[in-house]
Design a protein around this ligand. Structure first.
Ligand code: SF4
Length: 378
């Protein structure tokens, strides 16, 4: 395999730094990686002052102190659909990859790509939660309001997180990404412990048309293979599945490609979720991405208020993808992100009896993974 130099997905032309952020050493660490880039000190920013900061959000990095909770439940906890009870470590906001379907378009009221710098506070809060419940098991991700790795070259965040989680016996970290910014993960020479690096995959047409500056499928899977060779377990996420002419062959091709780069046992889990969006997103996508066709389908409003494909379409897509995965990896754990019990039954032939059971199934994957890891602390 040959590797070309990774082009950064985010290259700021200026950095806004909240005054208090200079109290944290991480701020200077990041600024040192941006020599020659103007640094503008600002007062404590908030929703109304963001509007007064006339900098191009696509070219501006904001370093600030986070004063709320870092640790949160995943927002996908609607009663009607099964949720895996994932937890979020909220360390950054925004992403420069620019997927046309990205939910962050309608979600964030801070326009700037933002890195929170008070990591000490985040780790202290995590210690309290994780160490305070030694009987519980935590699956924690950083990629809910951002992509976990797209600016890792600037932030150097991933090795700090891997080192932190390597010391925890009842928690795993999942870094979800579409990027290939894995240099820090590969160069990190401490114990890996329980870190999973996960890639979001899709059909080639969706990657080409809808996923902005995201690297190609081949590049993502090459990066996954390199992370696996370094010892990280790999997760994969087909979310959102998009319905378009030719989807059957293209999703089958993506599944085939996975196993050109990875062995079934390299992969801890694959999740699947069909395209869904809150109704106001339709206008946003129309306005910001007039070339996108993804919103011109028939949708129904789901029990969580989101627009979804009809269940017959979702079922057909899920069954097809699952059958393709099973051809190569009959034992691999595949699960739905936010689907109804009846869909589980129709596609898998069984359903978790509640969110706790689904969560438990994913925890079991982690235990199995820990057993397979030579330097496991378990
Ligand atoms: S990579 Fe994820 S966070 Fe970034 S634009 Fe795409 S969907 Fe949004």
């Amino acid at each position: 395999m040959s590797f070309s130099p990774v082009k950064p997905l985010f290259q700021p032309e200026q950095v806004l730094v909240e005054q208090d952020a200079f109290l944290y050493s991480y701020t200077n660490e990041i600024l040192k990686r941006l020599p020659g880039i103007p640094v503008i000190t600002i007062e404590r920013p908030n929703q109304s002052t963001f509007l007064q900061l006339h900098y191009n959000p696509a070219k501006t990095l904001l370093l600030m102190v986070h004063r709320g909770k870092f640790f949160k439940p995943c927002p996908g906890t609607a009663e009607s659909y099964r949720c895996c009870l994932y937890k979020i470590l909220h360390l950054a906001l925004g992403c420069s990859i620019g997927c046309r379907y990205c939910v962050l378009q309608g979600y964030l009221n801070n326009p700037f790509i933002t890195q929170f710098v008070n990591l000490e506070d985040a780790f202290q809060e995590l210690d309290e939660v994780i160490d305070g419940a030694p009987e519980d098991f935590f699956r924690i991700g950083t990629g809910e309001f951002t992509d976990s790795l797209f600016m890792d070259g600037l932030t150097g965040l991933s090795p700090k997180l891997v080192a932190y989680f390597a010391g925890k016996k009842n928690a795993v970290l999942e870094l979800k990404t579409k990027s290939i910014a894995i240099d820090n993960l590969l160069q990190y020479d401490g114990p890996i412990g329980e870190t999973i690096v996960s890639w979001s995959l899709n059909a080639r047409t969706v990657v080409d048309r809808e996923e902005g500056r995201a690297p190609s499928l081949e590049e993502r899977l090459k990066a996954a293979a390199r992370c696996r060779a370094r010892g990280y377990r790999i997760g994969l996420h087909f979310d959102p599945l998009i319905f378009f002419p030719g989807w059957e062959d293209e999703y089958a091709a993506t599944v085939r490609m996975i196993f050109d780069f990875l062995k079934p046992d390299d992969i801890i889990w694959i999740s699947i979720g069909a395209f869904r969006f809150m109704p106001p997103m339709k206008e946003m996508i129309k306005e910001s991405h007039p070339g996108s066709r993804i919103i011109y389908q028939e949708f129904i409003r789901g029990l969580d208020g989101k627009m979804r494909y009809f269940s017959a379409i979702r079922q057909k897509m899920y069954q097809h993808l699952l059958a393709e995965i099973r051809r190569y990896a009959p034992e691999l754990f595949v699960y739905f992100c936010m689907e109804h019990d009846s869909m589980w039954d129709d596609v898998f032939g069984y359903a978790p009896k509640d969110n706790q059971q689904l969560s438990h199934w994913l925890d079991q994957c982690c235990y199995r993974y820990l057993e397979l890891t030579a330097d496991s602390i378990r």
